[in-house]
Design a binder for this molecule. Structure first.
Ligand code: IMP
Ligand code: MG
Length: 230
């Protein structure tokens, strides 16, 4: 996807405008220079051009900070389930898939992996939930199992509260929750979090599985998305 913007800038001669090509390249908005555009129709892929300036959301938690925290969580979880035979990890799609993959590979307790998918009713894709709908259920029964729900972020709390009610009704041996991020300032529905990565203020975060309208999900770090990048 690319947008050709024509801007009139002060400092240019009257009547002249400056063209700027802005391209969405994977997760990044990139800007191609005036010189590149003057070269003609065949503007090379922005990511291969020396004149490209990638626009990345500022880092909130680096890859290293995330990896350290995931290792701490895995150790806490191993300890909490030391007496259990096995654990069922249920990742909440889509946001938790990267956190779940990293966490699961750090656990020493035997476990199986399930996924569940929910969707929130909101006016826009970037809206958070005020009511939640089940899109895809787990494959196998969880009755009598030790279940750990794995979420990317707890915002209002509606999603986690809904999932806890849904799964508790199936009589697991135990049900706990792990979430990478929590925004306590946004809480509308109180829900216990047993294993928490980081507490954050009321900002929109992307990367490490988290998206904004399906963008930025595969950034390797957690960034804060400023309004101009939405
Ligand atoms: P809830 O409001 O706690 O139900 O959160 C619903 C969902 O909104 C989360 O599971 C995320 O998928 C999404 N969400 C909430 N805040 C953010 C954010 O800052 N970035 C990306 N997704 C978010
Ligand atoms: Mg989510």
């Amino acid at each position: 996807m690319s947008y050709l913007l024509s801007l009139s800038l002060s400092g240019l001669s009257p009547g002249k405008s400056q063209a700027v090509l802005v391209t969405l390249d994977g997760n990044n908005w990139v800007e191609t220079s005036q010189e590149r555009l003057r070269e003609g129709r065949n503007v090379p892929p922005a990511s291969r051009s020396a004149s490209v300036r990638p626009m990345k959301p500022p880092t909130l938690f680096s890859e290293e900070e995330i990896a350290d925290q995931v290792a701490i969580l895995a150790a806490e979880i191993d300890e909490a389930y030391a007496d259990a035979d096995q654990l069922v990890l249920i990742g909440v799609l889509k946001g938790s898939f990267i956190f779940l993959a990293d966490l699961a590979r750090k656990l020493t307790i035997p476990h199986r992996v399930e996924f569940i998918a929910v969707s929130s009713y909101g006016a826009k894709e970037s809206d958070v939930a005020d009511s939640v709908r089940l899109l895809m259920d787990v494959r196998h029964p969880i009755v009598g199992e030790h279940v750990l729900l794995v979420e990317d972020i707890v915002d209002t709390g509606h999603t986690l509260a809904y999932l806890k009610r849904l799964l508790e009704a199936r009589n697991p041996a135990s049900l706990k929750t792990a979430t990478m991020l929590h925004k306590p300032d946004r809480t509308e529905e109180e829900v216990d979090i047993d294993f928490l990565g980081f507490t954050i203020p009321d900002v929109w975060v992307v990367g490490y599985g988290l998206d904004y309208a399906e963008r930025y999900r595969t950034l390797p770090y957690i960034g804060e998305l400023p309004p101009e990048m939405r």
